[in-house]
Design a binder for this molecule. Structure first.
Ligand code: AMP
Length: 349
C-alpha cells in the first residue's frame, strides 16, 4: 500500500522481506532475507534515499548502522519505545497521557504481588514482540494466575489492570521533519481475540478527538517524530486511556485510502521524503473491515455500493490478515447499513 501510494508522486519503493511472496513483491522490487541481515540492510540503505518500516518488531540495533548510510524515518527511538510495552507506558506517563495501572513482572512472585495490588481481572502480556493479541492472556479469576504464568511465564512481562472500556479508538497522524502535524479523524475499532475486525471513521466525538490529538502531538514532539504515528486508546468513563502506539501506518488507518483526501500511506511518504503533508479531510463516513484467514466472495461484496476491495495477494492461513474492504458513504446511517450488509458476507477464520 505504501508502494502504490508512492507511484503517483514519482516515489519508487523497494522492500526487504523474509519471503519472496510478500505483498510488496507484487508491486515493487524486493530483497529477500532476514530483516536483520546487515548486508541486505546496507544494500537497501545504499539504494534508497530514506528507509522506513511498516512492522515494529525489527531490532533497533540492526538498524543503527544504517543511520550512517541514509536517513531512518521514523526515528529509531520511536521504534524501540514501541517495542517494549513498559517503555511505552513510561513515556506516556511522563507526557501526562493516562495509561492502565500496570506492573513489571519478571517472576511468579511478582505476578502474584501485582495481581494482589492491582486486582483481578487483569491482562498479562509479554513486554516485547506481542501484537494482534499474541503474547497476552486474560487473568479473569485468581485461579488464572497460575495458568497465565505457566503459559507466558518467563521474565519480561507486564501485568495490566483490566480496562472495562465502552469503546476502543485510535488516532493516526503524520509529522514532518519541520514539525508540521496533520491528524486524521478518530476511528472506532472493534477487536475480537486481540485482532482488529473492523473500524468506523470518523468516529464523531469532538471531546475525545481533541484529547487524542493533544496526546499524539505530545508523543510526536517528544520523539522528534517524522512519519505516520498511531495511538490506540480505551475509552473508559468518557476518558481516553492509552493502550499502545505504532510507529507506522496502521490497520485502523486503512480507511483513509478511499475515505480521506490524502491517505495515511501517502502522508507517511510525504513526511519521510520532506514533501508537504496532505489534507486529512474525510470525504464521507467510512467503515473498514479486515479479511482474516480467508477471502470473502468478491463478487457479492463488490455489489455493495461504495465498497472498495483490497486483496493483499497473501497465502491464506487461519487468523492472517489477507485483505480488507472499505465502504464510503455520505451519512452515518447509510454507512452503518452497508457495514451490516458487508459483515454478513465476511467470515473470520
Ligand atoms: P494489545 O495487543 O495491547 O493491542 O491488545 C489487543 C486487544 O486486547 C486490545 O485492543 C483490547 O481489546 C484487549 N486488551 C488489551 N489490554 C487490555 C486491558 N488492559 N484491558 C482490557 N482489554 C485489553
Amino acid at each position: 500500500m505504501l508502494a502504490l501510494a508512492g507511484y503517483p508522486l514519482g516515489i519508487r519503493c523497494s522492500f526487504l522481506d523474509r519471503s519472496a511472496e510478500a505483498p510488496g513483491a507484487q508491486v515493487a522490487p524486493i530483497l529477500v532475507g532476514p530483516l536483520e541481515d546487515a548486508a541486505l540492510l546496507a544494500e537497501l540503505a545504499k539504494g534508497n534515499d530514506v528507509v522506513t518500516f511498516d512492522w515494529e518488531n525489527i531490532s533497533g540495533t540492526a538498524l543503527a548502522p544504517l543511520e550512517k548510510l541514509t536517513s531512518i524515518r521514523p526515528p529509531r527511538e520511536a521504534l524501540e519505545v514501541s517495542q517494549d510495552r513498559l517503555r511505552e507506558k513510561t513515556l506516556f506517563k511522563r507526557l501526562k497521557i493516562p495509561v492502565a495501572e500496570h506492573a513489571q513482572v519478571d517472576s511468579k512472585e511478582q505476578l502474584v504481588r501485582a495481581a494482589a495490588k492491582l486486582g483481578v481481572p487483569g491482562v498479562l502480556k509479554t513486554r516485547r514482540t506481542g501484537y494482534d493479541g499474541k503474547g497476552q492472556l486474560a487473568v479473569r479469576r485468581p485461579q488464572d494466575i497460575e495458568l497465565a504464568w505457566d503459559r507466558l511465564g518467563a521474565e519480561g512481562l507486564i501485568y495490566e489492570k483490566f480496562q472495562a472500556f465502552t469503546r476502543e479508538v485510535s488516532i493516526v497522524g503524520a509529522r514532518s521533519a519541520a514539525g508540521d502535524i496533520v491528524y486524521y479523524p478518530l476511528a472506532a475499532n472493534t477487536h475480537a481475540d486481540g485482532i482488529l475486525r473492523y473500524s468506523v471513521a470518523p468516529y464523531v466525538s469532538p471531546a475525545l478527538e481533541r484529547s487524542a490529538k493533544i496526546h499524539l502531538k505530545r508523543v510526536m514532539s517528544a520523539l522528534d517524530y517524522v512519519g505516520v504515528l498511531t495511538i490506540e486508546f480505551f475509552v473508559v468513563k468518557g476518558r481516553l486511556i492509552a493502550n499502545e502506539m505504532a510507529p507506522r501506518v496502521h490497520n485502523s488507518g486503512h480507511w483513509t485510502i478511499e475515505g480521506c483526501v490524502t491517505s495515511q500511506f501517502q502522508n507517511h511518504l510525504r513526511a519521510i521524503c520532506d514533501l508537504p503533508l496532505g489534507s486529512t479531510r474525510a470525504l464521507g463516513h467510512a467503515a473498514m473491515i479486515n479479511f482474516l484467514g480467508e477471502l470473502p466472495d468478491r463478487k457479492r461484496l463488490l455489489a455493495i455500493d461504495g465498497l472498495a476491495f483490497h486483496d493483499y495477494g497473501k497465502e491464506a492461513r487461519p487468523g492472517r490478515k489477507l485483505g480488507h474492504c472499505t465502504i464510503l458513504k455520505a451519512g452515518i446511517a447509510e454507512r452503518n447499513r452497508a457495514l451490516a450488509d458487508a459483515l454478513k458476507l465476511i467470515e473470520w477464520s
